[in-house]
Design a protein around this ligand. Structure first.
Ligand code: SF4
Length: 354
């Protein structure tokens, strides 16, 4: 059974009619909610079961240690302070810049559901009690969303808050998941997405393009799979090789080749063409700052990359979803060649003795 998305497809159709080449999340939000929204990153000092020994003590091969080192200066200025203090400081800054009218608390470094429910409730309540916060976006792993936590989050949706879960999915190919030591399977991803949707919560998948030993065809198949499991939005990134990570060691030893700029642009365009037109696009790239980054050598800053992607889509004369198709349609189930049967390769009258 195909799991339903929660998005408003009519609004997305409107965007395409007006010339948008992909389902741009920011514009979709403004039209469906009536205001501009910005996500404020919040570090509530979560750990990760892939670092602390519960699943492994090595982390994902590309993880720079819980991901706390990646963010804007305004985020670092208040890291370690209370949830409320982090929100106050950053909301004041971003409102001053005219970035948005309302804000969502984005719990993101590490695994933001890796605590007992009672502790999570306290943190999430502290965030939504802020007068300018309209909801929560929670970054976590697909194997860390038990129903007890989803029940609590569903409660917020019933009180009128927006709730999104951002799943660190990265790929829908098991051999890659093993290679990068994520320590969960594909089954957890599909199961988590279905249960999150049943609780009325939106799902945004994080997908990395350029993971080791993954072919372009597999990355495109990831677009097709996430389209049918009911994901509402996606964030797409190139794999960033950060200093001190295990992938950095593979890169230095010549065992990992980072994705090139034109390769990434073309791959994202192929990915978008094969993605359902109704999956919202939250990001098309990501940066981690020069201090941390070893590779790729090109500028991965999202505005630089998204403009090139739009240019390439225009050059191709395509847009998101143009190649999205699942199997043959009813009309295509009409046999070609007037129904001529192929000549059997083996003479069926020859008996087989073994
Ligand atoms: S799940 Fe996230 S925080 Fe945990 S090791 Fe992997 S990338 Fe790092």
């Amino acid at each position: 059974m195909r799991i339903k998305q929660n998005v408003n497809k009519d609004v997305i159709d409107e965007l395409y009619e007006e010339g948008y080449l992909y389902a741009a999340f920011g514009e979709y939000w403004r039209r469906t909610r009536g205001y501009k929204m910005f996500k404020i990153p919040v570090d509530a000092d979560f750990l990760c079961p892939n670092w602390d020994g519960r699943l492994s003590n090595r982390g994902c091969t590309y993880c720079p240690g819980l991901g706390k080192e990646v963010g804007r200066p305004t985020f670092f200025e208040v890291q370690g302070k209370s949830v409320r203090a982090q929100l106050d400081h950053q909301i004041e800054y971003h409102r001053g810049k005219g970035v948005a009218e309302k804000f969502m608390a984005y719990f993101y470094p590490a695994t933001n559901t890796y605590r007992r429910v009672t502790e999570l409730e306290k943190l999430f309540e502290e965030a939504i009690s802020h007068p300018d916060v309209i909801g929560l976006s929670i970054g976590t792993r697909p194997d860390c969303v038990p129903d007890e936590i989803l029940d609590v989050l569903e409660g917020y949706t019933k009180r009128g808050y927006e709730v999104w879960i951002e799943l660190g999915q990265q790929t829908y190919h098991y051999h890659t998941i093993e290679k990068i030591n994520r320590r969960h399977g594909i089954a957890e991803c599909i199961d988590a997405t279905g249960r999150i949707k049943e609780h009325g919560i939106f799902v945004c998948d994080h997908i990395i393009l350029g993971l080791p030993y993954e072919t372009p065809g597999e990355m495109i198949e990831t677009a097709r799979i996430l389209s049918v499991v009911g994901v509402d939005a996606v964030k797409i990134y190139p794999l960033l090789v950060m200093k001190g990570t295990r992938i950095a060691g593979e890169f230095s030893a010549g065992k990992y080749r980072p994705i090139a700029f034109t390769e990434y642009i073309n791959l994202v365009c192929d990915f978008l063409e094969n993605l359902s037109p109704y999956v919202l696009i939250q990001r098309l790239s990501k940066d981690c700052g020069l201090q941390l980054k070893l590779a790729p050598e090109w500028n991965t800053f999202r505005l630089n990359v998204s403009s090139r992607i739009e240019k390439e889509l225009k050059r191709r004369g395509t847009k998101q979803g143009v190649r999205y198709k699942m199997g043959l349609g009813e009309v295509e189930l009409f046999p070609l060649n007037g129904g001529i049967k192929p000549v059997p390769a083996i003479n069926a009258s020859v008996s087989c003795n073994f």
